[in-house]
Design a binder for this molecule. Structure first.
Ligand SMILES: CC(C)(COP(=O)(O)OP(=O)(O)OC[C@H]1O[C@@H](n2cnc3c(N)ncnc32)[C@H](O)[C@@H]1OP(=O)(O)O)[C@@H](O)C(=O)NCCC(=O)NCCS
Length: 186
């Protein structure tokens, strides 16, 4: 069967939809993160715990992508609250103004993933664009492991830029912290 992003059907969801989507979301996670899932930080139960924490945040949104009814990928995030701890693990100095959160400024993209069999067909771009198009924040941020070549290349192509490196928790990897200007006036 030909795989094309024009067949991708996107759906927008909030926290209330998580319980019924749980098994499908975890199935895609296991596939997309198959190379990392033996690392305790990426274990499925810890992933789901993180997702439930994100889901109760203001502005939480999940965009799902289905091909012929099968979930092939999704992206999710939430609005950083005023005084957010998001930037606390930043390892380098940046202009302090970059780190100010007022509860409306920044959308945090927590996860974007696509099943291995449907990669390199524009699915992630379609999910990303559907999610960003529905946001009202003036910018977005995400964390990506520098060695994650596919994701880093995608973000660079989509206009994200790096402001430094960040380690969110003691046992978390060190990530590149990226920003995307969403072109909306504050
Ligand atoms: C990163 C990921 C979501 C990309 O999904 P995808 O559907 O294959 O991405 P797209 O087809 O939309 O590709 C978008 C761009 O990403 C880049 N890209 C994607 N895969 C790549 C690869 N293997 N090597 C180099 N660049 C790659 C390309 O620039 C591509 O554009 P192009 O195909 O026009 O050249 C997918 O690889 C994935 O699920 N990885 C595991 C989970 C993950 O790491 N998520 C990101 C965490 S920060």
């Amino acid at each position: 069967m030909t795989i094309t992003a024009t067949d991708l059907v996107t759906g927008h969801h909030n926290a209330a939809d998580l319980p019924e989507l749980r098994e499908e979301l975890l199935d895609v996670y296991r596939d997309a993160y198959a190379d990392k899932i033996t690392n305790p930080f990426f274990a499925e139960d810890r992933y789901w715990q993180r997702l439930e924490v994100y889901a109760v945040r203001d502005g939480f949104q999940l965009v799902t992508g289905r091909l012929h009814d099968r979930l092939v990928g999704y992206a999710l995030g939430y609005t950083l609250p005023a005084g957010s701890a998001w930037w606390r693990g930043l390892l380098n100095e940046v202009d302090a103004g970059l780190l100010v959160e007022d509860g409306t400024r920044t959308f945090a993209l927590n996860y974007i993933m696509v099943r291995q069999a449907t990669r390199r067909h524009g699915m992630a771009k379609a999910l990303h664009d559907a999610l960003m198009a529905s946001r009202t924040e003036s910018r977005a941020t995400l964390l990506v492991q520098p060695e994650n070549v596919p994701a880093s290349a995608a973000y660079a192509n989509w206009g994200w830029y790096r402001i430094g490196q960040l380690k969110p928790f003691d046992d978390a990897p060190t990530y590149d912290a990226l920003i995307l200007d969403l072109g909306r006036k504050r």
